[in-house]
Design a protein around this ligand. Structure first.
Ligand SMILES: [Zn+2]
Length: 300
């Protein structure tokens, strides 16, 4: 029975996208089916009877925010695994099942998780962590500002408190602790970049919010938000000119485009991690990023 359902999901997901499949099958129908299977093999039912809340988080930062506020009470899974590229991810069959079973699906939002398809299909379980954040230009990279990260984590905490009121105080106090950590990180970034240069060159434009928040100017080789997007000759030329001035390109990873632009500009490539394919943890990566920005901006 399970095999038949999964085969059906694979075929249909390939044809029309995951959310349409979920909507098409009807969540109740699918739940009932899987519940019956689970009771038969004694799988997930044990967890559900123990009252364990499950959160499916889209990618690393969201996973960390959910873990921070959920503490030991909540079981969090990460859909896009470390090393994979979240901009154009495709969920596996097992993950479609995980999404269907999760109490909460936590996403970044702002069209970052296009691979989830029609978000309305997930109903009340969906938590769009961008809701409390001020969004600019439909750019999804809000998580790279620690005070945004705190808001995103709190959004998940509020959703947990709503479905699990017995532990609401714990979720909200975890959110307070995380917010204090993010405020301290924010203060360190602010202090660490004080009096330094302001112009920096990136590969794809992941650091627009960061730049705006800390009074910097980002010049991206690939101006659009997607690392696999097209780079226009104009943008490459502009980035190369700024790289020649600043001496650095701050890229998520070396690539032919980055290396060629760096060679043309006589610039050095340093790694500035947008926490997309990285293994984290969030705070360590952000502190490493601060060190890289200091090397690029504060030593002239
Ligand atoms: Zn990105």
């Amino acid at each position: 029975m399970k095999t038949a359902i999964i085969a059906g999901i694979v075929a249909a997901a390939a044809a029309v996208g995951v959310a349409a499949v979920l909507a098409g099958m009807g969540p109740d129908q699918m739940d009932g089916q899987m519940m019956a299977d689970e009771m038969a093999d004694g799988g997930m039912m044990a967890d559900e009877m123990a009252g364990g809340i499950t959160v499916a988080a889209s990618f690393l930062p969201i996973y960390e925010f959910a873990t921070a506020v959920g503490g030991n009470t909540v079981s969090v899974s990460q859909l896009v695994p470390p090393g994979a590229e979240p901009h154009d991810w495709e969920p596996t069959v097992r993950q479609v099942q995980e999404l269907q079973e999760a109490d909460i699906i936590a996403i970044n939002g702002i069209h970052f998780e296009e691979w989830l398809g029609d978000l309305d299909a997930y109903g009340g379980a969906l938590v769009d962590t961008s809701a409390p954040v001020e969004v600019m230009h439909e750019d999804p990279h809000i998580w790279l500002v620690p005070t945004n990260a705190a808001l995103q984590a709190r959004e998940i905490a509020m959703a947990l408190a709503e479905i699990d009121p017995g532990n609401a105080d714990e979720y909200m106090s975890n959110a307070d602790i995380f917010t204090a950590e993010m405020d301290a990180l924010d203060a360190d970034i602010r202090a660490g970049l004080e009096g330094c240069g302001t112009e920096f060159v990136t590969a794809h434009g992941a650091f627009s919010y960061f730049a705006e928040e800390y009074g910097l100017v980002q010049h991206a080789i690939i101006a659009g938000g997607d690392p696999h997007g097209e780079a226009s000759p104009h943008d490459i030329g502009d980035a190369a000119a700024h790289a020649a001035e600043t001496g650095y390109i701050l890229a998520e990873s070396p690539s032919r485009l980055v290396d060629a632009t760096a060679a043309e500009a006589g610039a050095e490539v340093l790694i500035l991690d947008p926490l997309e394919t990285s293994e984290g943890p969030y705070e360590d990566v952000m502190r490493r990023n601060l060190g890289v920005l200091q090397q690029a901006l504060c030593t002239q």
